[in-house]
Design a protein around this ligand. Structure first.
Ligand SMILES: NC(=O)c1ccc[n+]([C@@H]2O[C@H](COP(=O)([O-])OP(=O)(O)OC[C@H]3O[C@@H](n4cnc5c(N)ncnc54)[C@H](O)[C@@H]3O)[C@@H](O)[C@H]2O)c1
Ligand SMILES: O=C(O)C(=O)C[C@]1(C(=O)O)C=C[C@@H](O)C=C1
Length: 294
């Protein structure tokens, strides 16, 4: 066990599920001396204090950023430009900034705009762990244990600075991967953003119907599994969908083609085709699940 914490001062913008869990994990590992939190609501920051996520609530970035070792931006992605604009004038020589946002091209574009010549101090990240719950009450020290974190380093980042951000996530128990921002956004449009959109669409459609009460009364575990993520934070998902609009539209188009093909097979009473699709999908899902459980 190291005698000294790897990070002195951590400043988090957004002490909810993602930011709160990061702070709790680094605290549990003894790798941070002090956590200062900035948030949007007083009630949220009070909760973050109560749950021991932050030691202090920040008021003025000009006072808190210059001597911070690490800043994590863990707000909804559409808030990131505003947060970056607030902290940019105060970045210290050794302050590193990272984020936990689900989309990366937009975060990098905003960071380039606001950090300018200091862009090298921003190392973009995305923990691939989460839940349908949000806010400080949802934060858990073990959220990232054995989960992936994707970093999308920039050409301006030094290997040493990237290593420090890797190390922070490793202290949280995560396994680190690297992708380019564009590849990141293409992949997560397919495996995260599309499933959320579909889940919201199904629940919304059923909820609008006159007999929705009766439908929901009989919904069971299949419905539960398909729709858990439709209980996720609407603002967060609105922002993600808009930030990753083009890759998501491409995935939606591919999915629509698949639905059309299944519609045609059903209309034509083509059980063979349905069977082929279901068999291939089951094999792929089972292979993925056994790999994911390793
Ligand atoms: N929920 C997930 O499963 C998940 C997983 C990985 C990444 N993410 C990403 O992490 C980020 C945070 O998501 P979350 O699930 O922790 O949401 P959350 O709602 O639990 O927490 C977000 C926090 O940000 C605060 N906030 C909003 N605007 C702010 C601003 N301008 N300045 C400072 N704080 C502000 C909110 O008050 C809230 O406490 C999002 O960008 C999301 O895309 C979420
Ligand atoms: O477990 C959940 O509820 C999630 O939605 C987590 C999940 C995902 O797997 O799609 C959601 C968004 C993130 O950016 C990363 C992870």
């Amino acid at each position: 066990m190291r005698e000294q914490a790897e990070f002195g001062k951590l400043v988090i913008f957004g002490a909810g599920l993602v930011g709160g869990s990061f702070a709790l994990a680094l605290k549990a590992a003894g790798q941070v001396q002090e956590v200062v939190g900035f948030g949007r609501s007083l009630s949220g920051m009070k909760q973050a204090l109560e749950f021991g996520i932050v030691d202090r609530v920040g008021i003025n970035p000009g006072h808190e950023i210059p001597d911070a070792d690490l800043v994590l931006i863990a707000s909804p992605v559409a808030q990131m430009p505003e947060v970056m604009a607030r902290i940019a004038p105060y970045l210290g020589e050794r302050t590193l900034v990272t984020d936990g946002g689900s989309t990366k091209m937009d975060a990098v574009a905003a960071a380039r705009e606001f950090f300018g010549g200091r862009i090298g101090q921003f190392i973009p990240g995305h923990p691939i762990a989460g839940a349908e719950h949000s806010g400080p009450a949802a934060a858990r020290a073990d959220l990232y244990r054995n989960k992936k974190v994707v970093l999308t380093p920039l050409p301006e980042n030094t290997p040493l600075d990237v290593a420090r951000i890797r190390s922070a996530w490793e202290w949280c128990g995560a396994q680190i991967h690297e992708l380019s921002p564009a590849e990141h956004d293409r992949i997560f449009a397919a495996v995260s953003h599309l499933p959320h959109l579909l889940s919201y669409a199904l629940v919304y459609d059923l909820a609008q119907r006159e007999d929705s009460g009766r439908l929901f009364a009989f919904a069971a575990s299949g419905f539960r599994d398909f729709t858990r993520i439709a209980a996720s934070h609407p603002e967060m998902w609105r922002d993600i969908c808009l930030a990753n609009r083009l890759p998501l539209l491409a995935e939606l188009e591919a999915y629509r083609r698949q639905l059309d093909a299944l519609y045609a097979a059903l209309e034509a009473n083509d059980g063979g085709r349905l069977n082929d699709v279901f068999t291939a999908a089951r094999a792929a899902r089972r292979a993925w699940a056994s790999e994911a459980e390793k």
